[in-house]
Design a protein around this ligand. Structure first.
Ligand code: PLP
Length: 399
């Protein structure tokens, strides 16, 4: 047998399974053995999908709305995305500027494939969601990663991003609110960045998947700020997943200039085709129905965030900035690491799972060793149990 024939394509040398999914799989294994696992690893809401959304899906099935749809999504849904953006941000996106995708992840993948190629540098940031960098690499471009600082709450700044721009830079890919930090690109920094980037002729791609999960009413109108200056080079990726507790339904969108939407439509027509028809009907209900469900979930996440931060503050060696959005805290646990004990945050997260049965995600998954991500998409009771075990494990290490 020619072993070379078994070799995978070269691109697979540089890509592995999304590391944020590993903890979930291990937790599942332990749970099957009857272990009381506290899952602080989840990257998804613990809330049920709202009832009016599931009802719309049931109705779609009953009405046999179960066939192919337009590749880019049913008109009603693309119009619903446009109306939401009009209402929420005061910006206009026509239906031919919106493509419905299998989650925000696919929208970002389309953006990378439509815009980036060999020789291009694409600036993004860390700590960050690993998929953004992997997608840039899959598109044969080179990611240039700007580091944000824990002592500045991981805030993204225009200056830091612009300092990474070279004549080869094609785009800046931003995630705000960010996973795993919950940090935002502030409106002031966005204005500064938009003005500078406009003159450089760069594209801006914004992952807005957590856009509905921002605490304390901090204004975050990035679509308008960038759109006012450079709408023809702005691509937005949105998602139903986190806002409406719909991760499993796989529904997101790309909104951008018509040429990019058409490219995304073409890419999708040769890969997955339309988003599941039933999900699309559910999506219409989510976007056009009452938004009180979003407010209620946000209020609950805020209570949890504040409580988790209070519990963690009990141990001064755990340093943790206050996330402004999303549903994660990202504490620095480096004080507990030592050359002769637990040496890395991967070992820390593994030990925490082994000894205390708490799932977290090591900072290495977000290109930031020395930290761990705790998701507070869990009940207060489970969070208290999880943080208690987390602190007990940390304190038990010699450090
Ligand atoms: C920062 C970020 N962007 C995008 C996504 C994609 O979510 P989905 O494809 O479910 O919309 C996720 C999911 O975890 C995420 O954390």
């Amino acid at each position: 047998m020619n072993t070379d024939a078994l070799r995978l394509a070269d691109r697979m040398q540089h890509i592995g399974m999304s590391p944020t999914m590993k903890g979930t799989m291990e937790a599942e294994r332990l749970r099957r053995q009857g272990v009381d696992v506290v899952d602080l690893g989840a990257g998804e809401p613990d809330f049920p999908t709202p009832a009016h959304v599931t009802a719309a899906a049931r109705q779609a099935i009953d009405q046999q709305f179960t066939k192919y749809t337009a590749n880019m999504g049913i008109l009603e849904l693309r119009e619903a995305v446009g109306s939401r953006y009009q209402q929420d941000y005061g910006v206009t996106y026509r239906p031919d500027e919106v493509v419905m995708t299998a989650g925000g992840k696919q929208a970002l993948h389309h953006a990378a494939f439509a815009l980036f190629g060999p020789g291009d540098e694409v600036v993004t940031h860390a700590p960050g969601w690993p998929t953004l960098v992997e997608q840039i690499k899959l598109a044969d471009a080179r990611p240039v990663v700007v580091r944000t600082r824990a002592d500045e709450g991981f805030a993204l700044t225009a200056d830091a991003l612009l300092a990474a721009v070279t004549p080869r830079t094609r785009a800046i890919v931003l995630n705000s609110p960010g996973n795993p930090t919950g940090a935002l690109l502030s409106e002031a920094e966005a204005r500064k960045l938009a003005r500078a980037v406009e003159s450089h002729g760069l594209w801006i791609v914004i992952d807005l998947c957590y856009e509905k999960l921002i605490y304390d009413g901090v204004p975050h109108n990035l679509p308008k700020i960038f759109g006012d200056v450079m709408r023809d080079r702005l691509v937005l990726a949105g998602s139903m997943s986190k806002s409406y507790a719909m991760t499993g339904w796989r529904c997101g969108w790309l909104a951008g200039p018509k040429a990019v939407a058409s490219a995304a439509n073409a890419l999708q027509s040769h890969s997955t085709s339309n988003v599941n028809s039933i999900t699309q009907r559910a999506g219409v209900a989510a976007l056009t129905g009452p938004q009180t469900c979003v407010d209620e979930m946000l209020a609950e996440y805020k209570t949890r965030r504040d409580q988790v931060l209070r519990w963690l503050a009990d141990e001064p060696r755990v340093r943790c900035s206050v996330p402004q959005g999303a549903f994660y805290v990202f504490p620095d646990i480096s004080e507990f690491l030592s050359p002769n004990g637990v040496r890395t945050s991967i070992e820390f997260a593994d030990g925490l799972l082994r000894d205390e049965h708490v799932v977290t995600t090591a900072g290495e998954a977000f290109d930031t060793p020395g930290f761990v991500r705790l998701s507070y998409a869990n009940s207060l009771e489970r969070l208290q149990e999880g943080v208690t075990r987390f602190l007990r494990y940390a304190r038990g290490l010699s450090g």
